[in-house]
Design a protein around this ligand. Structure first.
Ligand SMILES: [Zn+2]
Length: 561
């Protein structure tokens, strides 16, 4: 019987180590590799403690914590728990006594009257219905605001000279409301496209060009991916932002009227009497063309009315000082979000958030314990950070990345954990961000050491690289990696893809994401060990991580966001 399957049997019956008996072979390879890159001193990967992680998950995902929503008592209990664990592990608090970095937040909710959109056409005013014709969100930047201005259609609203796109070319949008198609031209590479297609990027471009407001348009392509009707369910959702010292929001653009999204039937009215109809423009997209912009005949008025709540919620920060006289002044940020989405409004059930992200926090704590217990401390310093308000827009990590307790230039890498999907013992891992920096090689090397392989992103169309906390660090020019378990189960009876897709369909952001709902702690052990191996490699390597030559994100965020 091959050692391998033997391992499979042993693993399934008893929580034995899953590292393949044949680990000597990869170790031989690693030996050769590490010799040439000066990693020979890398210690053995120590054993991770499943029961310790189970205890952390069960506490954090307990009903008493009420789903750990940002700003809630349950979240504060979770933060106190993580701080106590950090103290237990001997991590240093560099943000004062309590390991807390308070994040000042603003929660915006609709005020009566909410938002209105009126088109002033030659045939008279057309008033659109919120939640039927258009969508809007309460603004964290403005309590009450009104803007009346001319309309200019700007295609997709993208300015990407490196890709030969300037949708504003030849258009004067000074003091205008710009109207742009949601999405992006299909020839842009996935992650680059996601960057330029984001409302954040488009609104910044519009503001930079002098516009005073934005109207994004639903398109047939977007309707297929995310029906307008489905988005109306979130109309009453609050919007959050973190606050600067002067109490202005960190992300919202002050000089822009809060943006709205217009559905297709209503949007056609904006193009009545214009150079081209919206249907013509949709046909151009279908034919792979990039629609050119032009002025629209009418003006419009946008209003928005929101009430603001000021909320403070802590990131929990623990330092493991480096041992190398030089490299200890460089910091690896090991992050995981602690918050979740609280109580389900319709059912009053608790969204316990066991996989999302109590499991990520438990793995982060176990990695910290493995370092604290190691014979040799890391050469570089490591900041373990449990961040708040990830579910509200990556806000805790964004605030930390822009207000770090250490010199910004001393942060050399981010390793992020978010909903690792610990569902079965696995053969491979997926590293979002691996193709952008030397962290890709590091992760492949560490995975090999852990007897695992690195698999490509199975859902590139989801563009996960820009959707979790590591992206807050990428935006500050810091190479980052975000690992999840792969889709190859050790047990060939288990279809990993099916299991992950089923979890995402049935349990993601649902009350059923509970601690007794199939978290596999052998997978947790494997996952903690490979993340430890990555962090150890980054911490002890002579070279610090670097962006790949000519990498889009490396160049885009060279000097921060
Ligand atoms: Zn999450």
């Amino acid at each position: 019987m091959s050692r391998f399957s033997a391992i499979r049997v042993i693993a399934l019956k008893a929580p034995q180590s899953l590292r393949p008996v044949s680990r000597f072979v990869p170790l031989l390879v690693v030996g050769l590799l590490s010799a040439c890159v000066g990693l020979s001193q890398l210690p053995e990967i120590p054993r991770a403690d499943m029961e310790r992680m189970r205890a952390d998950v069960e506490f954090l995902a307990d009903d008493r914590l009420q789903g750990r929503e940002t700003g809630s008592a349950g979240y504060q209990q979770a933060a106190n728990y993580v701080a106590a664990r950090f103290a237990e592990l001997g991590l240093v608090s560099i943000t004062g006594e309590d390991y807390f970095q308070q994040v000042p937040l603003r929660k915006a909710l609709w005020d009566p009257g909410a938002a209105t959109l009126v088109l002033h056409s030659r045939e008279g005013d057309i008033t659109f219905d919120l939640g039927v014709d258009f969508l809007a969100a309460p603004s964290a930047a403005h309590r009450d605001s009104t803007t009346t201005a001319g309309l200019v259609f700007v295609g997709f609203g993208i300015d990407a000279p490196a890709y030969g796109i300037d949708d504003y070319a030849g258009l004067d949008v000074q003091g205008k409301i710009v109207v742009y198609l949601s999405g992006r031209p299909q020839h842009l590479p996935n992650e680059v496209g996601a960057h330029f297609a984001s409302n954040r990027t488009k609104q910044r471009t519009a503001a930079r060009r002098g516009a005073v407001g934005t109207i994004s348009l639903n398109t047939p392509m977007r309707e297929l991916r995310r029906p307008f009707a489905a988005s109306t369910k979130h109309l009453q959702d609050p919007r959050w932002d973190w606050l600067r010292a002067d109490e202005t929001p960190g992300n919202a653009i002050q000089r822009l009227q809060p943006g709205v999204m217009l559905d297709m039937p209503a949007a056609k009215q904006l193009f009545m009497g214009a150079a081209r109809s919206l249907d013509t423009i949709f046909t151009e997209i279908e034919n792979g063309l990039v629609p050119q912009g032009f002025s629209l005949p009418d003006t419009a008025t946008l209003t928005s009315s929101a009430k603001h709540q000021r909320i403070s919620s802590p990131n929990v920060v623990g330092l493991l000082p480096g041992q190398d006289p030089q490299l200890k002044h460089e910091y690896i940020i090991f992050s995981a979000h602690l918050d979740h989405i609280g109580i389900e409004p319709d059912t009053n059930l608790v969204n316990n958030g066991a996989q999302d992200n109590a499991a990520g926090i438990a793995v982060m704590l176990e990695v910290a314990r493995l370092f604290a217990a190691a014979e040799h401390g890391p050469r570089r310093s490591i900041l373990f950070v449990a961040v708040t308000a990830e579910e509200e827009g990556l806000l805790g990590s964004d605030y930390f990345a822009q207000h770090p307790p250490v010199a910004p230039s001393s942060m050399v890498a981010n390793i992020n954990l978010d909903m690792p999907m610990l569902l079965y013992p696995f053969r491979d891992v997926i590293a979002f961000g691996a193709e952008h920096s030397s962290l890709g090689e590091t992760t492949a090397r560490a995975a090999r050491r852990a007897g695992l392989k690195l698999s490509p992103d199975p859902m590139p169309e989801q563009v996960i690289f820009v959707r979790s906390d590591h992206y807050s660090f990428v935006r500050q020019g810091i190479p980052a990696i975000y690992l999840i378990t792969g889709r190859e189960a050790i047990d060939s009876e288990i279809d990993g893809s099916h299991a992950q897709i089923q979890f995402l369909r049935d349990h993601y952001h649902r009350p059923s994401d509970q601690s007794d709902a199939g978290i596999n702690y052998i997978a947790a052990q494997q996952f903690a060990e490979v993340n430890y191996a990555i962090a150890r490699d980054v911490a002890d390597s002579t070279q610090k991580p670097r962006w790949n030559q000519g990498d889009f994100f490396g160049e885009l965020y060279e000097s921060g966001d």
